[in-house]
Write a protein that binds this ligand. Structure first.
Ligand SMILES: Cc1ncc(COP(=O)(O)O)c(C=O)c1O
Length: 462
């Protein structure tokens, strides 16, 4: 046992945590959180202070793509720190950040070759949105400022990225800018009216975008921002052809397309960048983070089409500054970690592995949906999955609200005691395990889910 373990008990740490820390999405009414205290992790497993081992179903927060405990990342960072721990991105550059920018540019489609490094996903989205505002100001059309986003979208926690996030509950007690943001209605095919085909649903969703642009006025709409798969909004996979249709509409009205690949990038769908390879689109700007460093250190990036940069460079704009950036932009130690992360993805064939095992993952997920009456929808793509609860026929009245509000928590409690963590989101639970997960481990994970759902189902139907 390490000295640290001897010094502080789990309870001590939880008490100190309650006293001194505020965590993301803290419920302010709660006096005590009793959060899990983890001590170590390796591969797809996390171990708490009592030595209990759990499969990390959410992959941290959709980010631990190469798995936990990779010493190579630590070694790459240690080497970089001993060589050069920091250099100002304002006045200098470094080999790791330059090599990383080049590698990302090689992976992004079309002419998206200009990489701006940030400190995470929110700052990547913030940078993308600020760049669009800047671009239109420089081009002499300051009225072209409206961003179109979608209900259930999540793009981050800065003022600007939260302003384009469409999760209703998150907007409740926080101010966001509503002057220049519009939201399209839910694109989830699961919510389409009875009898409507998925193709008709897709066309209706495309019409929503076109109508919104026309309603606001194309000369006022700056950009459309979309996650290829809406992740935190409940793993919403839009119908086939949706993104291509959206891009065509954007092109028709001179509206820029920002593809937010913070979750989908770096392997989750079997490719470093999914926009073109999975969804057939070459957007104008791509944002990424999370899997870029597999969560080992904070880093994100916004990647811009050279066309946009060239348009700004043209004429006599040499003296205009894009005054946006962070002390830790292009951080050499984070870049070294990201380069090692990509090397591991390459050397271990993780993209091929994800493409190979995803059908099995998705099959097992769908089977749960078919088998259990309290599952309304089982959906996903690549190595992302979501189970959405539903009130089953015959369920006692007093239990129904539990499914609507607590399905995720109930499933999480039932899986946790069987050694699996999932991420509860109100009436859903989602998972995106490390990409190194094997076929056998996928089976263990879904066997646990199967048992856990059966337990919750029995309780809810009694
Ligand atoms: C699609 C998407 N964009 C942006 C973000 C914000 O990233 P971060 O939490 O690194 O700031 C997230 C975080 O979950 C996300 O899922």
């Amino acid at each position: 046992m390490s000295a640290r373990k001897n010094t502080w008990s789990t309870e001590d740490l939880q008490n100190l945590d309650n006293t001194y820390q505020m965590h993301p999405w803290s419920a302010m009414g709660k006096e005590s959180y009793g959060l899990d205290v983890f001590d170590s992790a390796s591969g797809i497993y996390m171990v708490n202070r009592d030595g209990e081992r759990f499969i990390d179903g959410p992959g941290g927060m959709w980010c631990v793509n190469i798995g936990h405990g990779r010493r190579e990342i630590g070694e790459a960072m240690t080497h970089q720190i001993s060589q050069l721990g920091y250099a100002s991105p304002w006045t200098s550059t470094t080999e790791p950040s330059t090599m990383l920018a080049r590698r990302i540019a090689e992976e992004t489609p079309g002419d998206l070759n200009t990489v701006f490094f940030t400190t995470g996903g929110s700052s990547a989205v913030d940078t993308a949105l600020r760049f669009v505002q800047f671009y239109n100001n420089v081009k002499g059309r300051p009225e072209k400022k409206v961003f179109i986003s979608r209900e259930k979208a999540y793009h981050g926690s800065t003022y600007l990225s939260a302003s384009v996030s469409g999760k209703e509950r998150d907007r409740k007690f926080l101010d966001t800018n509503t002057d220049f943001v519009r939201f399209l209605p839910n694109v989830n095919p699961y919510t389409r009216p009875d009898g409507m085909s998925v193709e008709d649903w897709r066309d209706a969703k495309l019409a929503d975008l076109e109508n919104m642009i026309l309603e606001v006025g194309p000369d006022k709409v700056a950009a459309f921002i979309a996650e290829p798969v809406l992740a935190s909004g409940g793993v919403i996979v839009p119908p086939e052809g949706y993104h291509q249709g959206c891009l065509e509409i954007c092109r028709k009205y001179d509206v820029l397309y920002i593809s937010d690949e913070v979750v989908t990038g770096f392997g989750r769908l079997g490719h470093i960048i999914a926009s073109e390879k999975v969804f057939g689109i070459t957007p104008d700007i791509i944002t990424c983070a999370k899997g870029l460093t597999s969560g080992y250190v904070p880093m994100g990036a916004a990647i811009f089409s050279d066309r946009l940069i060239d348009e700004i460079r043209a004429d006599d704009h040499a003296d205009i500054l894009f005054s946006n950036g962070y002390t830790y932009s292009a951080h050499p130690v984070c870049a070294a970690a990201a380069l090692k992360n990509i090397e591991i993805i390459d050397q271990e064939g993780l993209l091929e592995h994800v493409r190979e095992i995803s059908p099995h993952f998705q099959d097992r997920l769908k089977q749960l949906g078919e088998k259990h009456r309290i599952i309304g929808d089982a959906r996903g793509m690549g190595l992302i999955g979501c189970l959405e609860g539903a009130v089953a026929p015959g369920m006692p009245e007093e239990k129904r609200l539990g499914i609507d509000l607590e399905f995720g928590e109930l499933i999480n409690a039932a899986t946790e005691k069987r050694g699996l963590l999932v991420r509860p989101i109100i009436n859903m639970c989602v998972f995106s395990p490390p990409l190194v997960i094997s076929r056998e481990e996928i089976d263990v994970m879904f066997d646990i889910l199967d048992e856990a759902i059966a337990e919750v189902e029995a309780e809810m139907l009694s």
